[in-house]
Design a protein around this ligand. Structure first.
Ligand SMILES: [Zn+2]
Length: 325
């Protein structure tokens, strides 16, 4: 598949999914096509912030990137979407002129996080990810809830170093810890913590100011997303800068508030599911009402959260589900 087709499929799929529900699809599609082209032609202005001499936060249009300067070179946690890769490279060169890229870490497989894999892998940069992330990237993924199909990425962009569980990595003077979360946003999510810099990158487990996609097609599950906070909250202190997959940098209080929000929503959803309510009933109950001003339209989030329960009603590993008959 040509690169341009791939970019189009990725950037427009979610919009199309929503647009299917309203009339005027063709008109909207035409506008979307025009918009995608404009973005690619003009380059993307990225918001960047230096968190310290060694740390750069890059806020992209659809995901965040964290860059840490080690004595072996730059370590990237996520690489943004392919459509703003050129702008990312430009930011790296402006902030760390002449410093080579040592490694790229994928926190999950989604294209808005793995768009730098192919160009960086082609340059010989080490790419590090959970084994499941590598597997999704290496095959065609049919994302059933959106109807989209993602082709496998070129071999050069596949992670070259994979792991199955939590671990620690050393790059010269820099130590980083990573934690694997079982089925949450996907089935290959990790967080990454830079101890010396006190920065935690959450990957797709946390989204700020926008509901996350619980991608049950590749192993995501609302109960796992909620459980991920047990692991996430074990890492930061009050001074930790917390980098979500999307949106502004957060602090510990904000992370705790988000955990509380998901607990509230999960309890309501759970109560509804044990009464065999369907997704229409659940949407009508507006279980997220008090959070929508901050997080946006919950329709897709709640639909995916509901669907993600499939096959898990008797999951003995999850204490929250033990009372489901
Ligand atoms: Zn994602």
């Amino acid at each position: 598949m040509k690169k341009s087709n791939y970019l189009y499929a990725r950037s427009e799929g979610l919009k199309i999914f929503k647009l299917l529900q309203i009339p005027g699809l063709l008109f909207a599609l035409a506008i979307s096509l025009f918009y995608a082209g404009t973005l690619q032609a003009q380059g993307i202005a990225l918001e960047t912030r230096r968190l310290s001499d060694n740390v750069l936060f890059v806020k992209g249009p659809d995901s965040n990137v964290l860059v840490v300067h080690s004595s072996e070179g730059l370590i990237l946690v996520d690489g943004g979407h392919a459509h703003w890769y050129d702008s990312l490279r430009q930011s790296l060169e402006e902030n760390f002129p002449g410093i080579p890229i040592r490694a790229l870490i994928n926190t999950q497989w989604h294209p808005e996080q793995t768009g730098a894999n192919v160009p960086l892998g082609t340059e010989g940069v080490e790419i590090i990810a959970h084994e499941n992330t590598m597997l999704w990237l290496s095959t065609e993924v049919w994302q059933r809830w959106s109807g989209k199909k993602y082709p496998p990425i070129a071999k050069a962009g596949l992670p070259t170093t994979t792991f199955f569980d939590d671990g620690v990595l050393q790059f010269g003077d820099l130590t980083l810890y990573y934690g694997f979360i079982w089925n949450a946003h996907t089935d290959g999510d990790i967080w990454v913590y830079f101890e010396e810099e006190n920065v935690l990158v959450t990957g797709g487990l946390v989204s700020n100011g926008r509901w996350p996609e619980i991608d049950w097609s590749t192993g995501g599950y609302i109960g796992g997303l909620l459980d991920s906070f047990v692991s996430l909250l074990s890492v930061p202190d009050v001074n930790t800068r917390i980098i979500p997959a999307f949106g502004d940098i957060m602090n510990l209080e904000e992370l705790k508030a988000q955990n509380q929000m998901y607990l509230t929503i999960f309890d309501r959803l759970h109560a509804s599911i044990i009464q065999s309510h369907g997704v229409e009933d659940i949407l009508a109950e507006k279980y997220t009402a008090e959070f929508d001003a901050a997080m946006g339209d919950p329709t897709l989030f709640m639909t995916l959260a509901f669907q993600s329960f499939k096959g898990r009603y008797r999951d003995a590993q999850n204490f929250r589900l033990l009372n489901i008959p």
